[in-house]
Design a protein around this ligand. Structure first.
Ligand SMILES: [Zn+2]
Length: 305
């Protein structure tokens, strides 16, 4: 190996080491934090973690790590005599392990079988998984959608847009596809149908993707977390096929915290099995007067009561 290459390898590893050192406290902070996800510093932390992970996965760094491992093997006795250095290495290995867990939740899985809609057994008792709607406004109609979106975008940190295949289309298509975005967290395509006789918008499907996935509304995410989220929402829609768009949006907005909310059953962010964040939202009624119930985050693998 020539000196130039060795020196560039050493440079990229020392750069990695200092970045890792700076970020060492970030994963526990993200897991513990009660700050809202919109907090700028958490966003930056996430961005830095992501960039670091990309760097670690890059070819030059992987090559340098392999070279370092070979060289370490040849040089083991010397390193073992140096206790402090060994400790430092162990700490770095631990930080890497935590990062690895974090990114495993977002890692690519082989595409699942061709059917995009998973089979979900229909619950014969037919109880809706959405909150009761007695004092809600009437369900949204197709002709009210544009105004609703304008008002929603004005008052929410999440964003809605009517998605069209044809640029500049002015007519509302049927079914209409709405793109729902939580910045840096997810993108969902919500497909809704209506008829002239019944202009109420009925949701046919919701498909979730990672914030940077460039995919068509009818495809499927490459990431397990967004696949499970799509399945979970499909199950909820099946429990209440005529749920109003407003009620669906109340649910969707709760996913702002999907990567920081703790499951109310096991109190972990990532599930013990599979390291997936809590994609389930359970509606909990309250017995207190003048108070509404609330959505509770839950892992799909944890008890649903
Ligand atoms: Zn749990």
């Amino acid at each position: 190996m020539d000196v130039e290459k060795l020196s560039s390898m050493i440079n990229s590893l020392s750069d990695l080491q200092s970045r890792l050192h700076n970020l060492r406290n970030v994963p526990p902070l993200l897991l513990k934090s009660s700050l809202p996800f919109s907090s700028l510093s958490i966003r930056n932390d996430f961005q830095q973690l992501k960039e670091l992970a990309d760097t670690i996965r890059s070819d030059p760094v992987q090559e340098a790590l392999a070279a370092a491992a070979t060289s370490e093997k040849a040089d083991k006795s010397d390193l073992n005599r140096n206790g402090r250095r060994e400790m430092r290495k162990r700490r770095h290995a631990h930080a890497l392990f935590v990062l690895h867990l974090r990114f495993q939740a977002l890692s690519r899985r082989p595409p699942s079988p061709p059917s995009p809609q998973p089979y979900i057994p229909y619950d014969k008792r037919g109880s809706s998984l959405f909150p009761p709607t007695t004092d809600d406004p009437p369900p949204l109609r197709a002709d009210e959608l544009a105004n609703y979106i304008r008002e929603y975008n004005r008052t929410s940190s999440c964003k809605l847009h009517i998605w069209t295949r044809i640029r500049g289309a002015t007519q509302l298509s049927n079914p209409v596809i709405v793109r729902f975005t939580i910045r840096d967290v997810l993108v969902c395509y919500i497909t809704m149908a209506y008829t002239a006789a019944d202009p109420i918008l009925l949701t046919e499907s919701v498909t979730a993707f990672g914030p940077r996935e460039k995919k068509s509304p009818h495809s499927q995410s490459d990431f397990l977390v967004y696949q499970s989220l799509s399945q979970q929402i499909a199950k909820m829609l099946q429990s209440h096929p005529r749920v109003s768009f407003q009620s669906l949006m109340n649910l969707m907005t709760t996913y702002e915290g999907i990567f920081i909310d703790r499951c109310t059953s096991c109190e972990r962010v990532l599930s013990a099995e599979g390291h997936v964040p809590p994609v389930v939202r359970l509606w909990m009624d309250t017995t207190k007067a003048n108070e509404k119930g609330q959505w509770q985050p839950r892992h799909a693998s944890c008890p649903q009561t």
